[in-house]
Design a protein around this ligand. Structure first.
Ligand code: TYM
Length: 334
């Protein structure tokens, strides 16, 4: 029997991924490439919604690819590509936009948050149509599962609705995908504001652990993480969100259970605990940072991987778009 398929994507919107991206999504990508037929893309078209500087976008796209490889993606074991290299993403996105209700799209929380914050005159239509492009990314590959963090759950629900709607109207065409969302770690919180998710768009970077930041900078950020009242290291998201977040990070990076880690810190204070978390994070990220920098020294190698990936992705995506165009009544070019 053929392996089930997974697809996921990540935006190249910053010079480095953060720990939330890794623990919420990319760590699962690495594991799933061994058991699934895996497609992973750097979604540069999605990144255009934040109007990046062209030079930075080019640089961040290659840095994203290098980080994914350094974090463990193996191009022999998965298809790694850049979204804009496969034109069918835009083609299917338009079809999805024509099938989505205006009200339905207006209810997407990311759009609502951004428009409430900046006003609808200041955000682009791309922010509004963003989830339909994401649905196209997933449906083109007939993915069974989509490994993402908690913040993408609503987009996956929309994708499922659109797949079902299309299948109902035009006949069985798309696999209806499921989100692959962890119970623990699907939402890593900001170290300075442990009730908000860790995010590159946070107002201050002091609560963000970047994969490519220096060991010194990350140690400093962890040691100055906001902690809670009391002094016991106990997992309690309501009373101790800061400590619970650090325990989640510690557990995810070491594979140890939270109970086991708590035991180590009985009778010790927050200072000892934060020192230990800093050590775990730095030990984990230092080789990733080094490997990323080494890979970036050879952009030709990265581009070859992407070109092979795009060819493999395109073969699957083009077959889907051909089927879709036929089903919805567009005539083939003679
Ligand atoms: P993006 O680029 O914002 O984030 C990439 C992945 O990281 C996860 N993530 C988190 N997980 C846990 N805690 C956090 N604090 C945290 N912050 C981010 C995200 O959930 C995501 O899985 N729309 C997507 C990109 C996308 C996509 C797709 C994903 C485009 N097309 C198709 C899956 C399938 C996004 O903006 O992710």
């Amino acid at each position: 029997m053929s392996k089930p398929r997974v697809l996921s994507g990540i935006q190249p919107t910053s010079g480095s991924f953060h720990l939330g991206n890794y623990l919420g999504a990319v760590k699962q990508w690495v594991e799933l490439q061994n058991t699934h037929d895996a497609f992973y893309c750097v979604v540069d078209l999605h990144a255009l919604t934040s109007s990046p500087n062209p030079e930075e976008l080019r640089k961040n796209t290659l840095t994203s690819v290098a980080q994914l490889l350094a974090l463990g993606l193996d191009p022999e074991n998965c298809t790694l590509f850049v979204q804009s290299h496969v034109v069918a993403h835009n083609q299917l996105a338009w079809v999805m936009e024509c099938m989505t209700g205006f009200g339905e799209a207006s209810r997407m929380t990311q759009f609502k948050d951004k428009s409430a914050k900046n006003g609808t005159d200041r955000i682009g239509v791309g922010v509004f149509t963003y989830p339909m492009l994401m649905a196209a990314d997933i449906l083109l590959y007939q993915a069974h599962q989509v490994p993402v963090g908690e913040d993408q759950r609503q987009h996956i629900e929309l994708t499922r609705d659109l797949a079902g709607r299309f299948n109902h109207q035009f006949g069985e065409t798309f696999v209806v995908p499921e989100g692959f969302i962890l119970k623990e770690g699907a939402k890593i919180y900001d170290l300075q504001d442990p009730t908000s998710k860790m995010s590159k768009s946070a107002e201050s970077l002091s609560g963000l652990i970047e994969i490519l930041d220096t060991p010194q900078a990350n140690t400093k950020k962890i040691k100055s993480a906001v902690t809670d009242t009391g002094r016991e290291v106990i997992f309690d998201t309501a009373e101790k969100p800061g400590i619970s977040n650090l325990l989640t990070i510690f557990s995810a990076l070491t594979g140890r259970t939270i109970a086991d880690i708590q035991n180590d810190f009985v009778g010790k204070g927050y200072g000892d605990f934060k020192g230990a978390v800093a050590e775990v994070v730095v030990d984990y990220l230092t080789p990733v940072r080094e490997k990323t920098l080494e890979l970036l020294d050879d952009p030709t190698h990265l581009r070859t991987i992407l070109s092979d990936g795009a060819a493999k992705a395109e073969a699957v995506a083009n077959a889907t778009i051909k089927d879709v165009y036929e089903k919805i009544g567009l005539i083939a070019r003679g």
